[in-house]
Design a protein around this ligand. Structure first.
Ligand code: SAM
Length: 345
């Protein structure tokens, strides 16, 4: 069992399989001129699988693939099947923008992918196109349908709430009434692409270019208060908390609620207003093979070199070193040199 220096059980590994994406969300990636890593800087699938096997031996039992957009990497379906076959893995999950799910969901499910988190920040086609810089809402919605059709479970939708976008939160809540979909509203984090990350929060160059500031981060309590009032006004009934045992099998820190008679839930994830470092259960591996102990810390260990030059025991020792180095808290230091697309969210 992997336990870190503060007694937290670390059983969840997020693996970014690519820094490339077929969308260009304004808070995540520049519109153009992204300096892609060279192919030999990226971990091969074989290297990722070797790392994953070592991680499982050190107590990891849950793996999530992310990116960039993980579905743009060639061979991802077979990679998932090989990861799923590792003894000791409870489940494989995927975080995706869903636009490629209509053609890939059946194969992914057959390969052993059950859990999918879909990032979707607006149900208004124009706002969606604005945030993603040209994405088509209908493609993402078709991806959600495809996930349900092939039987993925749970299907969660992640909505980053940004004040100036004036998103209609109730339009998302309505989706929970007749499908077991779980909507998670996430506080926008002003991070990424900083040369000199500043304590206390600074804007990423991309979202700053879009005019977004720290003020655009909407605290989870405010999101919940709005859902209560706007949900009741829209006839969704009362919003009540969902007991932990009844929550949709989360690996992370979301708090879940349900409208009367809804099949799905709405939840909030509050990395800024109520940080949950005490419950942190994860490590992150970037597509270029750096092991990160905390989303908000730029301290990284070089797993790529160890994978290329060391033994399996060396890889396991690196993971133990990461557990020992994992900080107790991000201490509200919000700011990273890497962009989210280069970490995996
Ligand atoms: N392409 C995939 C997707 O769209 O889900 C996976 C990668 S994306 C970097 C993972 C998640 O990070 C998305 O849900 C995205 O909304 C979130 N994210 C990126 N930048 C963020 C920010 N500044 N604040 C909050 N969430 C962010």
């Amino acid at each position: 069992m992997g336990v870190d220096g503060f007694g937290r059980r670390i059983d969840y590994l997020r693996i970014s399989v690519t820094d490339r994406c077929n969308l260009r969300c304004v808070y995540c990636m520049p519109e153009e001129g992204v300096p892609w890593k060279d192919a030999d800087e990226m971990l091969s699938f074989e290297e990722i699988e070797r790392f994953a096997a070592a991680a499982v031996a050190e107590g990891i039992s849950k793996i999530r693939l992310t990116g960039g957009e993980p579905l743009v990497r060639k061979g991802i379906v077979e990679h998932i099947a090989r990861l799923r076959a590792l003894t000791g893995i409870d489940a494989i999950a995927l975080t995706t923008n869903a636009t490629l799910l209509p053609k890939m969901a059946a194969d992914l499910h057959a390969a052993g992918l059950e859990r999918v988190n879909i990032s979707l920040d607006s149900l208004d086609p124009e706002v969606f196109a604005q945030v993603t810089r040209g994405g088509r809402l209908e493609d993402a919605l078709a991806g959600i349908d495809a996930a349900f059709e092939v039987g993925m479970h749970p299907v969660k939708i992640n909505v980053v709430v940004v004040r100036r976008l004036e998103q209609d939160l109730v339009s998302f809540a309505k989706l929970t009434m007749d499908r077991p979909v779980h909507i998670r509203f996430i506080e926008y984090m002003p991070v990424g692409g900083e040369d000199e990350p500043a304590p206390g929060g600074a804007c990423s160059s991309e979202s700053a270019a879009a005019g977004w500031t720290e003020e655009d981060s909407v605290p989870a309590d405010e999101i919940l208060a709005r859902l209560v009032v706007e949900g009741a006004a829209a006839g969704l009934g009362a919003l009540g908390p969902v007991a932990k045992d009844d929550a949709p099998g989360g690996w992370g820190p979301a708090r879940y609620y349900r409208f009367d008679n809804a099949l799905g839930t709405v939840g909030v994830i509050s990395p800024l207003s109520h940080h949950f470092c005490g419950e942190c259960n994860r490590l992150r591996l970037t597509a270029d093979g750096k092991l990160r102990m905390c989303l908000f810390s730029d301290e990284e260990l070089d797993a790529r070199t160890v994978l290329r030059e060391g033994t399996d025991e060396d890889v396991r020792a690196l993971i133990r070193q990461a557990l020992a180095l994992k900080p107790e808290s991000h201490n509200m230091r919000v700011g990273t040199i890497r962009r989210m697309s280069q970490i995996g969210g």
